[in-house]
Design a protein around this ligand. Sequence first.
Ligand SMILES: Nc1ncnc2c1ncn2[C@@H]1O[C@H](COP(=O)(O)OP(=O)(O)OP(=O)(O)O)[C@@H](O)[C@H]1O
Ligand SMILES: [Mg+2]
Length: 305
Amino acid sequence: MTAIVKAQTVSMKFKSVDALTDVSLEVAPGEKVALLGHNGAGKTTLFRIMLGFIRPTAGSITIAGHAPGSDAARKIVSYLPEQVAFPKMLTGREVVRFYARLKGAPLDDVQAVLAKVDLVDAADRRVETYSKGMRQRLGLAQALVGKPALLLLDEPTSGLDPLSRQHFYELIADVARQGGSVLLSSHGLSELEARTDRVAILRKGRLVANAPLSDLQHQANLPIRIRVRAAPGAIESVHAEIGGGRLNCASVELFCAPGDKMRLLSKISGLGAQVEDVDVAAPTLDEVYRHFSKIGADEARQGRE
Ligand SMILES: Nc1ncnc2c1ncn2[C@@H]1O[C@H](COP(=O)(O)OP(=O)(O)OP(=O)(O)O)[C@@H](O)[C@H]1O
Ligand SMILES: [Mg+2]
């Protein structure tokens, strides 16, 4: 199927800053893709290029075959910026109506979209009375109005509590089920589990990963932690048999490559009654993310403005 966004070897240089280098990324219709990266990795810059706000220094980008920012592309794309700001004197409903008119969407959509983001009760209150999470949800409402084919959401879940976050992911799943595409930026892998089809990670402007989350876990090949609790009196022989480090007078901890896990587990089970319990812990998603975005504190500092 033709990609709704197609970025080919896109680079963006701001004077001495290489904000993006050779980034190629596609999003297909109905796909949900997460764009991750440290502060200054280039996420917002990529969105701004997709929207046609800025032109890349090199490479090309198309939105359903159209140039970013062209009338045809603007009809397709909706954007939720990193910092949502609306005129404080307007009500939530007035804001969404404004965007509906701008996009030529039927005004009947406004109420439905407000309901989707759970703002019906507050719809006729001024935005200045909204909490941060409510403003964020209003931002999402303006992005959803007019049923765009492509949603570009820059850190849409920042400021949302866990329940609202969950609700947000249900909304974007709905968008995708109806054939819409979603590209959203985020800072953490852990909240994305089973919620996006693919994860793209930028590191200092370069795309260092672009695969489903389960593939990334596999590719990272991070060690698996195994803890073995020995039966009373058996710790010495268990330790001698399987190695690792002694945790206390009853447990041993060892780390192994994913490919070695089954061999070790069968060795442990071969110890029979000497072993009381085994705990196997796969790397956390945060560890996987750190693996791909491996940046030390110094590098992170350089990346910031
Ligand atoms: N208009 C600009 N002029 C100069 N440098 C810029 C400009 N816009 C972005 N940059 C630089 O480009 C790099 C990427 O910035 P960008 O805002 O895309 O990062 P980000 O991944 O969105 O970060 P964050 O997570 O903090 O939002 C940074 O080094 C930033 O300082
Ligand atoms: Mg940003």
